[in-house]
Design a protein. Structure first.
Ligand code: SF4
Length: 488
């Protein structure tokens, strides 16, 4: 170790850092012999004057007049707060504040998460790849395709096996990809036997170079149910092509109730219930999330005993992106024609009813391990306090969903968090902000580090802290301190 280097002890890497240099993660540096956290420490501010957040008048602080006050206007997040290591040391900041006359404490730390990942929801019907197939970044396996949801494809990325259970490069690429996604950056992912997709939180996905615009309005059957009345009298048959359920108007219950007669249409695929067909084609990136480029390929010949010349047929996908209009000739063969104006309105209506396609990134981490020891000397009590709703968990001041059951396994929508709230360490693991807020009396009862509690006011005097406006769509993390204690 050079004489003038200092050792960073904020993670197990224990870097020696020379003056003017940074450690391996770029989070800490040697500034004139002092170990400093290089990113600004973020404080959320809900005062109107600081930014564009609007706070109702009655929620604002008032001078003490003997009545209950609403609480402080600042919340110290864990973004830029630093980490203590090993875990038995108290968290970097344990801050007290009075909220509606109740003494509260917020324990603030940047957690190092080896057990973490991203759940990625991609709003598209296009087939991205078979379920369970590997998802790759820079050629390295970083996750897999998981069960799709209504109108969306789902990827599960990261996790301890990719971070630390494979090659060094696999771990590094996994960590880098998670970090970029969580910090709102665009990432290109390739799926084995599937598509290449560009994803970014809050932005439309780009599948094989084509930007997705709309989520489907529903499956083919649901689309028939929604729009049957609008087609009634304007067309004799409608087929809504969809990879999940392809709908056929004349056979569907919606068509039956309207009295639409049989047309003699025959669909390839597996008939589920009347007017609803599974597996009309293979999954793909064309019509309705199938591999169909030519819609007539899913039709067999019309039944000559039922069909008639000049029968009008509309075929449309579940987003309205693909559509085609046909009329039967004298031999009962479909002939493509221009879409009549009376039907173009219904196709436009399908498009109108589709929501914009977006990518949603949920960070998921497990704080049920050693991180708890920085909060209390008796870690399991913190788990119980979270489960009993006595302790609120936030991530950069953003509400999280805590999974029931053991541990403190939580998920947070990264697009609701302050920007660039995540970091990494080269072990490799992700660094995520986490705050625990609870009553001061409860904190004492669960074995908290009471001699490390400092006041919120003492934090505010440091000008190096960066004040950000609290987001309007997030609940204020210091509100309603007196939550009911559920039965155990
Ligand atoms: S990797 Fe970062 S946090 Fe870990 S010891 Fe080095 S500088 Fe400190």
């Amino acid at each position: 170790m050079p004489d003038d280097a200092i050792r960073c002890d904020a993670c197990p890497v224990l870097c020696y850092i020379k003056p003017g240099r940074t450690g391996a993660c770029d989070r800490y540096g040697n500034h004139d012999g002092q170990l400093v956290r290089l990113d600004p420490h973020v404080v959320l501010d809900r005062a109107v004057s600081r930014g564009d957040s609007i706070v109702p008048f009655l929620d604002r602080d008032r001078d003490w007049d003997g009545n209950i006050v609403s609480g402080p206007e600042n919340f110290v997040t864990a973004i830029g707060a630093g980490t203590t290591y090993p875990d038995y040391k108290p968290a970097p900041f344990i801050i007290s504040s009075a909220v509606q006359g109740v003494d509260m404490v917020t324990v603030v730390t940047e957690g190092i998460f080896s057990y973490c990942g991203v759940k990625l929801k991609i709003d598209t019907d296009r087939h991205l790849g078979p379920e369970t197939n590997l998802v790759r970044a820079q050629g390295e396996p970083i996750g897999h395709v998981t069960t799709s949801e209504y109108g969306s494809q789902m990827l599960s990325l990261g996790g301890v096996r990719h971070l630390t259970g494979g090659s060094r490069r696999e771990g590094t690429v996994t960590c880098e990809t998670l970090l970029n996604l969580c910090n709102g950056k665009a990432v290109e992912l390739g799926i084995d036997e599937g598509a290449t997709v560009l994803v970014q939180a809050g932005k439309p996905p780009v599948v094989d170079g084509v930007q997705e615009e709309r989520m489907r309005v529903g499956c083919g059957s649901a689309t028939i149910g929604m729009f049957a009345k609008q087609w009634f009298g304007k067309v004799d048959e409608v087929v809504v092509v969809d990879d999940h359920i392809t709908g056929v108007l004349s056979e569907h219950q919606a068509g039956k109730l309207l009295g639409i007669p049989e047309t003699g249409i025959k669909i390839k695929g597996h008939r589920s219930t009347p007017g609803r067909y599974f597996r009309v084609a293979e999954p793909g990136t064309a019509w309705g999330g199938t591999n169909i480029e030519a819609p007539l390929s899913i039709l067999q010949d019309f039944n000559p005993k039922i069909a008639w010349p000049r029968l009008r047929l509309l075929m449309v996908s579940t987003t309205g992106e693909h559509h085609a209009y046909f009329e039967l000739d004298e031999d009962l063969q479909p002939v493509e024609k221009d879409l009549p104006s009376s039907l173009s309105e219904s196709v436009t209506r399908i498009k109108e009813n589709c929501e914009p396609a977006l990518c949603t990134v949920l960070f998921m981490g497990g704080a049920g391990g050693s991180l708890r020891a920085g909060v209390t000397e008796n870690p399991v009590r913190l788990t119980h306090a979270v489960r009993d709703a006595l302790t609120r968990v936030t991530c950069g001041g953003t509400p999280v969903y805590v999974w029931p059951g053991g541990g403190i396994t939580f998920m947070v929508d990264v697009s609701r968090m302050p920007e660039n709230g995540f970091g990494y360490v080269p072990t490799p693991a992700l660094v995520a902000p986490i705050e625990f807020t609870l009553k001061l009396s409860d904190y004492a009862a669960l074995g908290g580090y009471m001699d490390h509690v400092r006041s919120l006011d003492s934090m505010m005097s440091d000008e190096r802290r960066r004040h950000l406006s609290a987001r309007e769509n997030n609940p204020w993390p210091l509100s309603s301190p007196t939550r009911p204690r559920p039965e155990r």
